[in-house]
Design a protein around this ligand. Structure first.
Ligand code: FES
Length: 117
């Protein structure tokens, strides 16, 4: 496993995502509070760059006109067809077929963003 230092936590504004080259891989980095996430920057559906999407929180439909929002579960929404991927594991939350994008271990150590690939 290779360790990559991607700069300081404050280099990424809270609630935003950035496209990064991590050891030759296209990776989207997301910040949610003091947590950092890293996913492969390619949607497994049709190949959109997830870094062109938006970061949000998970929503589950309840009844018509009603949905539950989980602020503790950040997701990234693909810019092409709005499929959502859990930032912790890369699991697709909006499509019934089991599907996931590669997730890399990412964390903050001494104020620096670390990603392992
Ligand atoms: S390309 Fe991402 S949802 Fe279709």
């Amino acid at each position: 496993m290779k360790r990559h230092v991607l700069g300081q936590l404050e280099d990424i504004e809270d609630g935003t995502i950035q496209a990064r080259d991590v050891g030759g891989r296209n990776v989207v980095i997301a910040r949610h509070g003091d947590r950092i996430f890293a996913l492969r920057d390619v949607c497994p559906h049709q190949g959109a760059k997830l870094s062109n999407g938006v970061m949000s929180c998970s929503r589950k439909n309840a009844r018509v006109g009603e949905h539950h929002v989980n602020m503790d579960q950040p997701v990234i929404r693909c810019p092409w067809h709005n499929w959502e991927y859990d930032l912790d594991h890369g699991t697709c939350l909006t499509h019934p077929t089991p599907l996931a994008v590669a997730a890399y271990r990412a964390f903050v150590e001494d104020g620096q963003i670390i990603v392992e690939t």
